[in-house]
Ligand binder design. Sequence first.
Ligand code: AMP
Ligand code: TRP
Length: 339
Amino acid sequence: MEKSKEKSKLIFSGVQPTGNLHLGNYLGAIKNWVKLQTNAHCIFCIVDLHAITTSGNRSEILQNTREVAAAYIASGIDPSKNTIFVQSNVTGHSELSWILGCHTPIGWLNRMTQFKDKAGKNKEKAPLGLYSYPVLMAADILLYKSTHVPVGEDQKQHLELSRDIAQAFNRCYNNDFFPVPEPVIIGNATRVMSLKDGLKKMSKSDPSDYSRINLTDSSESIKKKIQKAKTDSEPFPSDVEKLENRPEITNLINIYSALTENLLEDIISEYANKDFRVFKQNLADIVDQQISKISIEMKKLLADKTYLDLILKDGYQKAKEISEKNINDLKNIIGLFRA
Ligand code: AMP
Ligand code: TRP
């Protein structure tokens, strides 16, 4: 019998439809959502308004939006029990983003490291949307009065900002309208690194396809990528302390641990003194078993656009209902004229 969902808990998270969904997105975010869905109301968004903050991602946005929806469902998110929808469909996100922007000091935004990384050297040419990206993210979360937000490690700073914005708003109107959302950053792969460089995050935008395992990769390509993954010249570590300063092997062991849910200690004692190739072969099989299943299911779902679009339409209705109620309450709290 299914456990009844905790009424007070509301989980919200999202992925940008920017193409090349990868193992980092799966282990850092989506895999954890699958577990959380059993005991709370969950809203999983495809954040297309965030995706257009960088120019490289705009042309294939429609295809990428369906691909993220397919990845959610193929990974095990049940669309009949949760809300899956597209951010730009629900106008409350942009509306709340403006309202929250009016309560966010610029100094807070100036600290955001993701903006600094993405804007690069020429900040003057960066679009305003890239700068205010974290305010839109806070709006996504707070629009539904979300209490928990499961994400990868790279989103921690944005979540702290969302908490600060929620508190600033509540203080301003002497109200406790917004819950202060808790980040949920769990598992052994909260920051999956590139297979080519253990100091760089696995990323959708890395020009080398060998740096990441895509959720759409074939079995053959998964195995080849793991076999070619960078390691150092040292033997397999004999205990956890020996992982220090060995980012590539640490990353591979973390991936192994996240996929099998085995402890690092147990994995290390299983492979210590064995040939590295044995570890890589087994890791390749494990990644292949879990990711190929998702990849096959994604292909099936993407071949049936009518079904996917129906799910997104249903999700839109459910999200819109909550959004409209909360935006209405917010306008009353602020004291805006209602026609
Ligand atoms: P994005 O692709 O930037 O929309 O990210 C979607 C989700 O995947 C967020 O929760 C990120 O924190 C997570 N994520 C992205 N890259 C990684 C990575 N390399 N390791 C772990 N989590 C990641
Ligand atoms: N900024 C997140 C990322 O790049 C995506 C995102 C947008 C998000 N809105 C969100 C994640 C709200 C969690 C909650 O990964």
